[in-house]
Design a protein around this ligand. Structure first.
Ligand code: GLA
Length: 371
């Protein structure tokens, strides 16, 4: 069978109780003369996620609202060309180091490394050609009753200035309960720093809806990282008594335009919230987003110590899927991660990966409804 036109529907052998799912693969154009594919994983209810192996990018996530009406809740583009040309990291795997490293420099084991400054005066999301711009090898499969896509990428020693040949595997699984489970694994042959995340932009009312300011957000964090005017953390502070207190579900727009130095530095919310002090591998609920009109609920679970809440502050009318206009703050990102600039901040959880160790992360975006 032509692999590029592969379309398979899987019925698990134990007929009566078996859940049904399907996986299809379609050509999604070319990048640098190389073909890329778009994979669609559908579950029994017809809810589905599409992912391209260009950047490991989630391009659509179609789930029901409270009346059972399907809608796409992530921002994206119709063609790979638009991802290459103008994507602000829509849905991608950001790496090797998601988020910022101050002035594009860090020292590891006494050696200083220099990275590209692609977000003056810092490096952002892995540099000029990060993991979001690489073509990943893809393999379809299943995890029990759930369809999955296994993506692998080997980043050569020195790529974008980072030490070590890094072998990464990202497994996306789309469950029968409308949860997108992302498992990351990586190994290196030299000590290096690492921070992988998925950068999906959500609007639970449907992509292209005006703003996310009426979405309500709860983040299970008592502390966050305040930032300087270049978005580099300046330490750790309590959220209590600040617009960063989301310990109770709160409308995102409620305090976003308050006079506040931190909101000014982030041009809104663009900060890391602290779940725990180390990468202990335990998966917990870190954030819950609810959208009142559609009734959709997004629950974020992760094993990571931090989560970047970004309120789409740099969106400014970019044209996306079907010609829809993505206006200011029309999406939010909840990026599970270790803390920004950790290679330079000793009191933060260590982002160092050494030969013989395996980096493991699990993050789950679960889509549900409340009536
Ligand atoms: C992250 C950063 C933001 C912004 C977006 C992409 O969330 O923290 O400042 O760069 O990515 O536009």
């Amino acid at each position: 069978m032509n692999k590029r036109l592969l379309a398979l529907t899987a019925f698990l052998p134990f007929a009566a109780s078996a859940a049904k799912f399907s996986i299809s693969a379609q050509p999604f154009g070319e990048v640098d003369g190389k073909a890329v594919e778009l994979y669609t994983l559908s579950n029994e209810s017809g809810a589905k996620v599409s992912i391209t192996n260009y950047g490991g990018t989630v391009t659509s996530l179609i789930v029901p609202d409270k009346d059972g009406k399907m809608g796409d809740v992530v921002l994206g583009f119709d063609t790979v060309g638009e991802y290459v040309e103008k994507s602000p990291y829509f849905g991608c795997i950001a790496g090797r180091y998601a988020n910022r490293i101050a002035k594009g420099k860090f020292t590891l084991d006494g050696k200083e490394y220099s990275l590209a400054i692609n977000n003056e005066p810092n490096t952002l999301h892995g540099g000029v050609k990060g993991f979001d711009k690489q073509i990943w090898k893809a393999k379809v499969g299943n995890q029990g009753h759930n369809p999955s896509l296994i993506l692998t990428y080997t980043s050569p020693d020195g790529e974008e200035g980072y030490p070590g040949t890094l072998k990464s595997t990202v497994t996306y699984t789309w469950t029968q309960k409308n949860a997108l489970r992302i498992r990351y694994k990586a190994t290196t042959d030299k000590s290096t720093v690492l921070n992988l995340t998925n950068h999906s932009y959500f609007n639970l009312a449907g992509e292209g809806s005006k703003t996310v300011l009426d979405h309500r957000l709860k983040i299970n964090a008592e502390r966050y990282n305040p930032i300087d005017s270049t978005s580099i953390p300046t330490g750790i502070a309590p959220v209590k008594g600040t617009p960063f207190d989301f310990t109770k579900s709160t409308r995102i727009g409620k305090r976003i335009d308050q006079e506040n130095e931190q909101l000014k530095n982030g041009i809104g919310y663009d900060h890391n919230f602290i779940m725990k002090d180390s990468r202990d591998g335990k998966i917990g609920v870190v954030a819950i987003v609810t959208e009142p009109t559609s009734g959709r609920v997004l629950t974020v679970k992760t094993s990571e110590p931090g989560i970047q809440f970004y309120s789409g502050n740099f969106l400014d009318g970019l044209e996306g899927k079907g010609g829809k206009v993505y206006s200011h703050r029309s999406a939010l990102c909840l990026e599970a991660q270790t803390f920004p600039d950790s290679p330079n901040q000793k009191e933060f959880p260590s982002p160092v990966l050494r030969p013989g160790e395996t980096y493991i992360q699990t993050t789950i975006y679960e889509l549900g409804v409340q009536k």
